[in-house]
Ligand binder design. Structure first.
Ligand code: LLP
Length: 427
């Protein structure tokens, strides 16, 4: 797993010593190396620019949403894909250009749709007929013509954990193809003056390493458009590109996905006599995943002779639910000696009241003393964004580090924050 070190061999993030960050901001702490976020967006940009096609990179905000994050996305000229009123509000606070925002989600409320129309959100990705009907009315009442995509369930199964597999026919997301829902939605939009259909959207899943599923998906979207006499301006294949969590993962560079997509879409357009549509992608994990590291302070340990050694840390499933929820694997290093040879096998356990609160099973690490800073690598996606207040542990702070400077971008919650929303009850 790639990580950077300073002159004395200690772990650095964005040019700042990890142990200094832990001392200054406390632990557990999420730290992002901002140059790696920028680099990831630039890699997609370069891959598309090399192919000379119209494209949009829409960062999937759900992977990690915050004002500072959205500001970096804007600086790198990427767009944003949101899935809730809260993510829209974050984009508004970040000063994001709302024309560059798309809105996904399978059960958008009236309040969320009204908010999206009010702030002039660029594209709404309509998931189902109930939403289509309401949105057409709301846009008509405002006297506007809202650009939309239709999300379809393309019946493509990606090879990944079933909880993060989304493109199969039996899915809660998108218009069903086989029963004719897509065909009737296209007709309905064509007849609605308050909506403009830009194209079709699908998302097949997450943490995917193979290209085949994306090619199949793009082909299906083109075929669907052709069958419905609809020349799309946009083909949006969603996100899902896999990243490296441990030495066992061998992800492909974004250019491999991009090249295949461009070839498939260009060929599909040619076959149908269309202009090549713009290709939209919605990467989340592959923009922020490897850029993030979580710092924990080691606590005590429990040795069960002949069974296992549990090494505790001061966080756990509240700041990173992924191991418990998806059996996700991570790798850790000791911040002061990240390159030291492992001398022991320990299971890194959190502080939450659940036996399943394990961050890494059987991690190979050098000897750990209480107070040492342990760094979990590649935690930038779906870590902080899925954090909970379980056991009333406050959520960690988030720090951005770049060029040797660190800046807190989400402050640590306090015990007072936790009780702030509580009201007394008088029976
Ligand atoms: N677009 C849509 C419509 C999506 O539903 C998602 C992810 C993305 C884009 C971004 O996918 P990515 O590039 O990040 O794989 N919490 C799970 C992942 C859930 C993904 C949900 N949708 C995890 O921690 O693995």
């Amino acid at each position: 797993m790639p990580f950077t070190t300073g002159a004395n061999g200690e772990l650095t993030i964005g040019g700042v010593k990890a142990t200094d960050l832990a001392a200054k901001y406390g632990t557990p702490l999420y730290v992002y190396d901002v140059s790696r976020i920028r680099g990831a967006i630039q890699a997609y940009n370069e891959a598309f620019q090399a192919r000379n096609v119209d494209y949009t990179i829409s960062y999937a905000a759900k992977a990690f949403a915050s004002v500072a994050m959205f500001q970096v996305v804007a600086e790198e000229h990427a767009h944003l894909d949101v899935v809730s009123g809260g993510e829209i509000a974050t984009a508004v606070k970040a000063g994001f250009d709302m024309r560059n925002v798309s809105f996904n989600g399978n059960n958008k409320s009236d309040a969320e749709l009204a908010y999206a129309l009010e702030v002039g959100l660029g594209t709404i990705i309509v998931d189902n007929d109930y939403e289509l009907t309401r949105l057409a009315k709301m846009a008509a009442a405002k006297g506007i013509c809202q650009p939309i995509l239709l999300r379809v369930a393309p019946a493509v199964s990606a090879h990944t954990h079933e909880y993060i597999m989304t493109g199969q026919a039996d899915s809660k997301f998108g218009f069903d193809v086989a029963s004719g829902q897509v065909a009737s939605a296209i007709k309905k939009v064509k007849a609605a003056p308050s909506l403009k259909l830009l194209g079709l959207h699908a998302h097949i899943g997450s943490q995917i390493f193979e290209i085949a599923g994306f090619i199949e998906e793009a082909k299906k979207l083109i075929q669907l458009a052709a069958e419905n006499d609809f020349e799309p301006e946009v083909i949006d294949v969603g996100g899902g590109f896999g990243i490296q969590y441990t030495d066992d993962d061998q992800p492909l560079p974004p250019s491999r996905f991009v090249d295949s997509l461009v070839e498939t879409v260009t060929q599909g357009a040619k076959d149908n006599g269309w202009a090549t549509p713009a290709i939209w992608v919605e990467p989340g994990r592959s923009i922020v995943g490897v850029a993030g590291t979580t710092l924990y302070t080691a606590g005590g340990r429990k040795e069960i002779p002949g069974v296992r050694t549990y090494q505790t840390v001061d966080g756990g499933m509240g700041d990173n639910i992924r191991p418990a929820l998806y059996q996700a694997d991570y790798q850790a290093v000791l911040a002061k000696t990240p390159k030291a040879k492992p001398t022991e096998t320990v299971t890194i356990a959190g502080k939450y009241c659940e036996s399943g609160d394990i961050l890494i099973k059987d991690a190979k690490l050098p000897a750990i003393t209480p107070g040492d800073v342990i760094a979990l690598l590649s935690t930038g996606a779906y870590g902080y964004s899925m954090a909970s207040l379980y056991n009333r542990n406050p959520r960690p702070a988030v720090v951005f580090a770049e060029n040797g400077r660190a800046q807190e971008v989400i402050r640590r919650e306090t015990w007072a924050d936790l009780t702030d929303h509580d009201l007394s009850y008088k029976g």
